[in-house]
Write a protein that binds this ligand. Structure first.
Ligand SMILES: [Zn+2]
Length: 471
């Protein structure tokens, strides 16, 4: 069996039921309706047993006429005997594409061979073991690992704060520990099991327990917020004095006796310095022309997508002007009443690392569930962010893509594409391979609604290429 099967086996371990077989069924072009029913019937044990018994007693190899019953019985017999080689391998049923049965130990060695002399000094390319549908986690971890400023700051933080004696384990220490493990390997390539990290993640958030397919973006968002929380708590615990950022004086007055101290400025951690940007929400009252601006911070941008579009056009839509009228009027402080207004969102401060989440999973009312949008959305290798409030365009370079593979929101697989020292690498759990830069465009999506290509860029990581002197 392929990689997904051996993962299931690993996940079940000792608890793998004696004599039971869990085989996927290959999809021959939208035959999942059939596969799914066949699986249900196979696991209807009395039915299975009776069918097999019937077949064993009635099989007449000579001149047996083939019919649906014999075909079904034959299929079940194959499953029962687990004739691996002859049996179609079926990761596709689970929405997993088969990337060939390259054994992972071979794939990492091949990578080393392929890079040869060009293997970047001091760099490590390690696959991450999968513990049962943990690809959502592995793909994001690889993207973060190759976000070099983030990695360096995490390792530095860890080296300075590691307190082996009584350090409390949390997601930050587990992540730092994993990155340290990878970066300090003697070998240049190989496979690492992010076991502690995954265990901690499951302990921390019940959303990620179980072996269901998870959302990589939800995971990334949870992780970054969790890291920020941990750093903020540590900072508060370390000192109860005001934060490092310049404190803002608040006018003292007779009506406000408490406000004679300093207003606590929000703490800016190194996680913020990497990922945080500021959006400003501008509302212009159409009666008095007063513009009200409200700032919001973000760690990633979630963009609505359209068929045959690009990240640039999705960003334009994101910042387009929206008119608030009818039921949706705006309360203007100057007019002291509800007024028609124009609203637009602008990027006030672009982040150092711009993380763009393409909203490929959309709730469709007619279906009563989420649907995956396979739209073709071009993402450039170099991105110009023009709708910011800063004078110059912000320029970014793509360095990682988390790809969702599969047709639906509730099943599938995640892999990541990573650019490291001008080489593009393909991380699929334990597998690490080199790919051509030109292969990145095969992950844009499909121009037609039904396409055999189900590999779509889902989370994009762009790094600012402007000199990082600001902030
Ligand atoms: Zn007004």
């Amino acid at each position: 069996m392929g990689a997904s099967g051996s993962k299931l086996e690993k996940a079940l371990g000792d608890q793998f039921p004696e004599g039971e077989r869990y085989f996927g069924l290959e999809n021959f072009g939208n035959t999942c309706y059939c596969n799914s029913v066949l699986q249900a019937l196979y696991f209807c044990v009395p039915f299975r047993e009776q069918l097999l018994e019937y077949y064993a007693n009635n099989k007449n190899p000579g001149d047996a006429e083939e019919n649906l019953l014999t075909c079904l019985a034959d299929l079940f017999t194959q499953l029962e005997k687990a004739l691996g080689d002859q049996f179609p391998e079926g990761e596709r049923y689970f929405g997993l594409e088969n990337f060939g049965n390259t054994c992972y130990c071979n794939s990492v060695l091949q990578l080393e061979k392929a890079l040869g002399d060009q293997f970047p000094e001091g760099e490590r390319y390690f696959g991450l073991e999968n513990f049962g549908n943990t690809c959502y986690c592995n793909s994001v971890l690889q993207a973060l690992y190759f976000c070099v400023p983030f990695r360096e700051q995490l390792l530095e933080y860890y080296a300075n704060n590691k307190n082996p004696g009584d350090a409390e384990e949390n997601l930050l220490t587990c992540l730092a520990d994993l990155f340290t493990q990878i970066s300090s390997q003697k070998k240049k390539t190989g496979v690492i099991a992010p076991k502690r990290f995954v265990q901690r993640l499951k302990k921390q958030n019940e959303l990620f327990r179980g072996y269901m397919h998870q959302d990589a973006h939800e995971f990334l968002n949870f992780l970054l917020n969790e890291l920020v929380d941990i750093l903020e708590k540590e900072s508060h615990a370390a000192k109860s004095i005001p934060e490092t950022s310049p404190p803002e004086k608040i006018a003292n007055g007779p009506n406000n006796p408490q406000a004679n101290g300093v207003k606590k400025a929000p703490l800016v951690t190194w996680v913020h310095k990497n990922f945080q940007g500021i959006l400003t929400n501008e509302t212009r009252c159409l009666r008095c022309e007063t513009v009200t601006a409200r700032d919001e911070t973000f760690l990633d941008l979630s963009l609505d997508i359209e068929q045959n579009s690009s990240v640039t056009s999705c960003l334009k839509n994101f910042s387009s002007t929206e008119t608030l009228n009818a039921e949706d009027k705006f309360f203007c402080d100057k007019c002291c009443s509800l007024q028609e207004a124009q609203k637009r969102m602008k990027i006030k401060k672009p982040p150092q690392v711009l993380v763009i989440h393409l909203k490929r999973f959309k709730y469709v009312e007619q279906l009563g569930r989420n649907k995956k949008l396979s739209y073709r959305v071009v993402f450039p290798l170099e991105l110009k962010l023009s709708n910011t409030m800063e004078d110059a365009d912000s320029e970014y370079s793509l360095f990682a893509v988390v790809v969702h593979i599969g047709t639906g929101p509730n099943h599938g697989h995640y892999v990541s594409l990573v650019k490291s020292h001008d080489h593009w690498l393909f991380f699929d759990d334990e597998n690490v391979e080199m790919i051509d830069e030109s292969a990145v465009q095969t992950f844009f999506g499909s121009a037609q609604e039904y396409s055999s290509n189900t590999d779509h860029g889902y989370i994009l990581f762009y790094e600012s290429i402007a000199a990082n002197d600001s902030s």
